[in-house]
Write a protein that binds this ligand. Structure first.
Ligand SMILES: Nc1ncnc2c1ncn2[C@@H]1O[C@H](COP(=O)(O)OP(=O)(O)OP(=O)(O)O)[C@@H](O)[C@H]1O
Ligand SMILES: [Mg+2]
Length: 476
């Protein structure tokens, strides 16, 4: 629909016969003069000599622009303006005022006139205002078209995806955003769970209230409790001041619990209580605090298995699993890859100030063929690396990470450096391999892996994600 209108306006210069203008003016010479100037320019013009006739014409057919005198016998221009805007709000109204009628002109603008012309005015002044309206209308319609395109949903709240699975997810997000229910977002690492949580909050009635996030896997149990519920002064060693927790700070808004499957059992019980009666106490306190918070959750774990293993409360599961959303891994929706590649390419070109970078078909083939154990995040990092490394205008397969470009897949960076890699690339490949090896040696225990590497669990977590490595097999 919008496209048709845009064609009409964007081609305005070439095919102005399509633009229809109604002139309402009682003074014959003025009326004819206006009609003549506009017709000469190719606009299709109709005229009326009083307000009643003007409105009758306007009701009978649609006009893109109405040019009306503010002073007419038996009616005034403001009334005509109001009726016009009532019947067709998108029509541009230009009013003609006498030299001394500044006040009325201002009133007309307030009522929605596009502009005014003070008598006497030249043909050029008239045409400039008309063209300015058409340009303005063109831009406005372009915006409508863009919005409609977004309606086709290749992009939705910064989430890219044309696969049927993603389309369904976009629809689900819109529906659940309007409710206050808990939403549980499942999906492997890097599938976009946090993006979905952001989208839900941004589309919800709580969008202007706080949106807080907490990663239950990255914070030790004791700290997690005070992070969530706050603590009183002296509640434990180091609690020098009273501190508000996330629940208090998010009042009226939303909290996103990332990696909820990793929340310790004792805290699960406390969380359940807040969800049920909206009250809690700060650590070390006994004042009951009541809050209104909506909660969203994400986990890479299979919670049913966690329940079986005795690590997750069944009652909490049923409380949280009201509206589940499952993000499929990227390898199961490969049709999304080219769009994601373009999306990330744009982002990193903007960040690095590079322009006109293109992905060669050969590089795109490799990108499309790869299985992405780290999902969209791994693809994102691959493109970031390619944009950084690429020296010319073309991203070739050699700019892609080893595992994606494939040719040197069996090369062991630990035993011999690779001469076609830059220093940064070699160091990164080495670090990645070292982490993978250590993780295997410790059977995926995160504490032990971090200890052997001499880094904190948080840093380990960040690095794993940074390399697009799956964190799913990590145990404490
Ligand atoms: N469909 C998508 N469109 C655009 N960007 C995406 C999409 N999916 C993921 N990303 C990007 O990939 C990265 C990882 O996404 P996100 O953090 O939401 O994943 P996640 O599922 O929460 O991962 P994890 O379980 O590791 O926390 C982000 O930078 C995000 O912007
Ligand atoms: Mg996440």
């Amino acid at each position: 629909m919008a496209q048709k209108l845009i064609n009409k306006f964007s081609k305005a210069k070439g095919h102005m016969d399509k633009i229809k203008i109604l002139v309402i003016e009682d003074e014959p010479s003025m009326r004819l003069g206006l009609a003549h100037s506009l017709t000469t320019k190719g606009y299709k013009v109709k005229t009326a000599e009083n307000g009643a006739e003007g409105i009758r014409l306007f009701e009978g057919e649609s006009f893109d622009i109405v040019i009306t005198d503010l002073r007419l016998p038996n009616s005034n221009g403001i009334e005509i303006l109001k009726s016009t805007k009532n019947i067709s709000p998108e029509t541009g109204v230009i009013v003609i005022t006498a030299f001394a009628e500044v006040k009325t002109a201002v009133q007309a603008m307030k009522e929605g006139a596009f502009d005014y012309l003070s008598k006497p005015f030249t043909t050029d002044e008239l045409l400039i205002v008309v063209e300015r309206f058409l340009r303005y209308r063109g831009i406005e319609l372009e915006n409508i078209r863009l919005k409609e395109e977004i309606g086709e949903r290749k992009h939705f709240q910064h989430i890219v995806g044309i696969s049927p699975a993603m389309q369904t997810i976009f629809e689900t997000i819109e529906v659940v955003a309007k409710t206050d229910s808990s939403v549980m977002i499942y999906g492997e690492s890097g599938t976009g769970k946090e993006l979905v949580a952001n989208a839900i909050h941004n589309l919800s009635p709580r969008r202007d209230k706080p949106f807080l996030k907490i990663n239950c896997a990255a914070i030790p149990e004791t700290l997690l409790e005070s992070e969530l519920f706050g603590h009183e002064k002296g509640a434990f060693t180091g609690a020098i001041h009273r501190r508000k927790g996330k629940f208090e700070m998010a009042h009226g808004g939303t909290i996103f619990f990332d990696e909820i499957g990793d929340m310790p059992l004792t805290l699960q019980a406390k969380l359940l209580r807040v969800l049920e009666d909206h009250t809690f106490e700060r650590v070390g306190g006994n004042e009951a605090i009541t809050v209104d918070v909506r909660t969203l959750y994400a986990t890479r774990r299979n919670l049913k298995e966690e329940i079986k293993a005795g690590r997750f409360r069944e009652d909490l599961y049923y409380r949280l699993n009201v509206l589940p959303i499952t993000l499929p891994p990227l390898r199961e929706r490969k049709e999304d890859i080219p769009m994601l590649v373009e999306h990330f390419l744009k982002i990193f070109c903007r960040k690095t100030g590079k322009t006109n970078l293109v992905i060669t078909p050969a590089a795109m083939d490799r990108l499309a063929a790869y299985d992405y154990p780290g999902n969209a995040r791994e693809l994102e990092h691959a493109i970031e690396m390619a944009v950084t490394l690429c020296k010319g205008q073309r991203i070739e397969p050699c700019c892609l990470p080893l595992e994606i470009r494939g040719t040197k897949g069996d090369h062991d960076i630990m035993t011999s450096p690779c001469d076609d890699l830059s220093l940064t690339e070699s160091v990164k490949a080495f670090e990645k391999k070292l982490i993978t090896n250590t993780r295997e040696e410790t059977s995926g225990r995160k504490k032990e892996t971090a200890r052997r590497l001499g880094i904190s669990r948080k840093v380990l977590w960040r690095k794993l994600k940074g390399y697009g490595l799956s964190v799913s097999e990590l145990e404490d």
